[in-house]
Structure formats: C-alpha cells, structure tokens
Design a protein around this ligand. Structure first.
Ligand code: G16
Length: 546
C-alpha cells in the first residue's frame, strides 16, 4: 500500500500552500523548535506524520503540541505525544527530520511513502489525533497548518485548544485507556483537574492547608491551568498566581519563569516588590508550557541577591525519592525505587541520592529519562531544570492495589493508601508543573517541613550555566551521557586540564537541542572557582567553535 493518485495530489497541493523555507530543521531534544516564522511547513508536515503515526498504532490517538516552552516568544515548536502519553518513539525522530526537510511536494510524498513501507502502515486504518497549543501569538496559526496536514489523511481530529503540554499528554493517555479496565482518567481537562484535586485533597485530609504559595506562571498557559485547578481545589490550597499576563506582547518567559530562575539563579524580575514575597516562604515558577517547575525561597530581604536559595529539580527528586521510599518501606512492599538524572544534576544531589537509591544518568531530554525510569518499579526522574515526574510501574501499581490492608498495621495500611493517592496525584505521562507542585506541597506537609528543612537535606555545590553562541552547534558532539565531548577534537583534553585545577571541579559542554547555542555547565567547591571554571570553559567553546 502506498500514497498515490488523488491522495498524493491532495498532499502535494496542500503542501504548496505551506512552502518550505530555505532552512534545515532537525527533530531535537523535544521536537522541532526554532523561529516561529520558519515553522509553517513543518507544522503542516507534522500533521501528516501525526496521522501516519496514529495509523501505525492501529488508530490509537496521538498528540501534537504547538509550543516552544521555555524559549522566547518569537520562537515556536512542536512536541509529539505517543499513544501512552509519552514522547514520540525515538525511531520516528529521523523520519520527522527527513519529512520536514523534503524540498518539493513530490519529495515529500516520496518520504511519506518510505515511512509507510518501513513501518508497514495500513493506510486504510482511520487516524486519531488530539492537538493543543500554548499562548504564543504564532501558536494558533501554526496549529491550523497542522490541521491542514491532518485533514489530508482524513483524520479524526480533536482540538484540545489552549492547554499545557502535560495536559495534552494526560489527554492522550486518558483517551486511549478510556475503555480499559483501568482508565487513566476522564479524557477532558475537567477530568485532569478533578483527578489531581481529588488526590491532593485525599492526601491532605486532616492536615492543615499549606501556607499560601506564590506561583510565577511565566505569563504563559500555566496561568490557565492553575485557574482551572483552583476551581476544583476550592479552599484546600491558597495560591497567588503572578506573571499571568497571557497574550501581552513580549511578556512570555521574559524575566520570569522556571528557566530564567534556574539559569540566572535569582528571583523573577520585580519579585522584590511583590507584596506577598517574604523571607522563609516557599515560592515557585512554571515555564512557558508548564511542564517544568522551580522552587525557591529567601533567607533574608529580597533586595539582597545573596539571600536567594533555589530548590531545583534535583531537590524535588531527592524529596520524592526519600518520601516515597519511606512509604514503600512502611508498607513493606517488594518494589524497588530508583532515580534518573542527567549530567546537569548537582554533584551534591548525586552523592546524596546514591546513598539511598540506585541512580541512572541519561542524556538531556525527558524522552531519555522517562524510558530509563521505566526500568525501576518506582522511577523518579527529574532534570535539574525542574522537568520530571515519578513513574509507578504495573508491578508497583499492582502491589499497591492488591495489598491486603486488613492484615496490616495501621501504619502500613496508611502508607499503602498514600502511595495509591500519590500515583493518582502525579502526572505519570510527563513532567507537569502543576502536578509536581501539588506533590511537593503534600510531601512537605506530611513531613512538617518548610523550605529551609527541605533545603537542609544537602548543600548544592556552587554551579553555573552559560549559553555560548557558536557558528555551528552541530559540530559539537558528545558521549557518555553528554559528560564528555568527542568533537571538535582536542576540546575535551583542554576541559579536563581546566577541571583538574579546582577541588570538586566538573564541567561539560553540549549543543542545545532547543536553542541555537552550546551550553556550558560548571561546578566546584568554591563559588570563585566556579566562576573561573565556567568562563574558561566558555572561552574554550568559543575558540573551538569559531
Ligand atoms: C526541553 C526538554 C527538556 C530539556 C530542555 C532543554 O524542555 O523537554 O528535557 O531539558 O528542553 O534542552 P536543551 O538543553 O537541549 O536545549 P522544554 O521545557 O523547553 O520543552
């Protein structure tokens, strides 16, 4: 079976309405991402691919999300969601790249036919795709181009509208499991809020509500989902959403949001003047599509930058691994728990976690971490940038649901009930700022902790992240979960010589898969050493990347 005749003509005609720019696009860390003005043809073609991917899965629903997440407002991108709510299967990534770069309508059809053959796709199977988009001005028009691609294959299309990326992941899994014995949840945004709010309230029953929390929504779509959640939580949680200027030109991720806070290691701009920001109280920031969260607090007046303390993805991972590990122990369950990190994990967090659970290190990108976490019965995965979640395997879910609590101590029975509720509260399809926020608040409430107690679990090694512009970032290639660089040749030896000069020194460089830059990470025992190590490594990247 192949794409020919009228179908081929339709695709070619529609493709002509979405001309390909003179630019090569690559499927990166989280799908395609670049200037929005270059993406129309790619979005149209992603529509075609989405339909084929669904057909290849026997008509299961897949998801397409138009967003550039943490990137500036003028960028955009597409993330693809597979039928179990996870990221697109890796073997389809080069397919996406080839299709996005086909030069003519004819070449496009030829590339599509290669996929049909390679994946033995039955074109007569009806396709089903749900799509959504973030708040960028370019997002809706790009989504329309995608729908044009979906229409070429006569797809059953569901418009999810304005959603966070994790809401779309949830919807995909909920749609595909709605007729199974264990549906993931009701396949609507209301179902999403109800599931999270219900689990939160059951875990918090009998406990005082946490102190009000200021949430920086990055002026993005997280604003919308937070409002939806609040309607379901009623007075069980007081949140003060700030940076909620959705639709205000230039506001998205500008001086605010999880990525700003993490990379600048400071409060969002203007927070020192926010009336509700007080030392000792927990604060948090979402990113532009609300799949990442960063917590932080102040140890003194906001006007002094030295009073800022960050509670990043590594701290969330340690908190979750410790707490869930204790519950598993209390419940006496035969399930293991492990943690997945990337090279960006602070060395102090790795040392802390290694003493408690097995750890896996993967390359950057939740698509890598997610699969590694599936190897544990309970897999906690977080990137230092606040992107992550916890996966409960079928074995773990069964052990929890089949435990005979009538024969257990009250303590063990309570631990079982709590584990079951955590499995509901946590969005297991992908990192979710809203779900992760609730998980952290519940764990802190259960432990009677504030941000200081959480922070005291271990002390981060001073560290620095730098973005370096180079002529061609693709000439930088890495190995060993991105901890070592193989190309340009000779660069790693120079980095090794630098790192050796500093106690507890570590530095690595890698090309970003979402921005046009090379990222440099450095850490060391002393802040002044980190500053030196980071700028010397940056200078090396400039020298080799010139
Ligand atoms: C995406 C990925 C993350 C990754 C981040 C940065 O996040 O989903 O896993 O950490 O990009 O990747 P890179 O360093 O390659 O630019 P988001 O929130 O931007 O979609």
């Amino acid at each position: 079976m192949s794409i020919a005749g009228t179908l081929a003509q339709t695709i070619e005609q529609r493709s002509a309405a979405h001309p390909k720019p003179d630019a090569r696009l690559t499927y990166g860390t989280a799908g395609f991402r670049t200037k929005a003005s270059l993406l129309e043809s790619t979005c149209f073609r992603i529509g075609l691919i989405g339909a084929l991917r669904s057909k290849s899965l026997g008509g299961k629903t897949v998801g397409l999300m138009v967003t550039a997440s943490h990137n500036p407002e003028e960028d955009n991108g597409v993330k693809m969601v597979d039928a179990r709510g996870e990221m697109l299967e890796a073997s389809w990534e080069p397919i996406c790249t080839a299709i996005a770069n086909a030069a003519t309508g004819e070449e496009l059809v030829a590339e599509l036919n290669k996929v049909v053959e390679q994946k033995s796709i039955d074109l007569s199977v009806p396709a089903s795709v749900v799509y959504a988009y973030d708040t960028r001005p370019s997002s809706k028009p790009l989504a329309e181009a995608m729908v044009d691609g979906l229409g070429a294959f006569d797809t059953n299309v569901t418009d999810g509208g304005l959603l966070t990326t994790p809401q779309l992941h949830y919807l995909v899994l909920a749609l595909n499991t709605q007729h199974e014995a264990q549906p993931y949840g009701s396949p609507t945004t209301e179902g999403y809020y109800a599931k999270l709010a219900g689990a939160y309230m059951s875990l918090m029953k009998g406990r005082p509500a946490p102190p009000p929390l200021i949430v920086d929504c990055a002026n993005g779509v997280g604003t919308v989902s937070l409002k939806g959640l609040l309607a379901h939580l009623r007075d069980a949680l007081v949140l003060y959403p700030v940076r909620t200027a959705v639709g205000q030109t230039g506001a998205l991720n500008n001086g605010c949001g999880a990525d700003f806070v993490k990379s600048k290691q400071r409060l969002p701009e203007g927070f020192e003047h926010e009336p509700n920001v007080h030392p000792g109280e927990l604060l948090c920031s979402f990113d532009g599509d609300a799949d990442r969260i960063m917590f932080y607090y102040l140890v003194g007046p906001a006007t002094d930058p030295a009073n800022f303390r960050m509670l990043d993805g590594d701290k969330i991972a340690s908190l979750a691994a410790d707490h869930l590990g204790e519950l598993v122990h209390a419940a006496n369950l035969d399930v293991n728990i492990g943690c997945v990190q990337t090279a960006y994990a602070n060395g102090a967090s790795t040392t802390y976690l290694e003493q408690r659970v097995p750890i896996t290190c993967t390359p950057t990108g939740v698509k890598h971490l997610h699969h590694a976490a599936e190897k544990y019965d309970i897999g906690v995965y977080f990137e230092a940038n606040g992107h992550g979640t916890v996966l409960f395997s079928e074995k773990a879910q069964r052990a929890i649901s089949e435990a005979d609590t009538s024969k257990m101590s009250p303590e063990s029975a309570a631990a079982i009930a709590q584990l079951a509720a955590f499995a509901e509260l946590i969005n297991q399809t992908v990192g979710d700022a809203v779900s992760d926020m609730l998980m952290v608040l519940v764990i802190l409430a259960m432990r009677g902790w504030g941000p200081r107690e959480w922070d005291a679990t271990y002390t981060d090694l001073p560290n620095k992240l730098v973005k370096v512009a180079v002529a061609d970032r693709t000439q930088f290639r890495t190995t060993d979960a991105e901890r070592r660089v193989t190309h340009p040749e000779g660069l790693q030896e120079r980095i090794d010589a630098l790192v050796a000069k500093y106690p507890s020194g570590r530095a690595f460089v890698r090309p970003s898969g979402t921005e046009d830059c090379v990222r440099v990470y450095a850490e060391a025992e002393k802040p002044e050493d980190v500053a030196e190590l980071a700028s010397a490594t940056e200078a090396l990247v400039k020298e080799f990347g010139a």
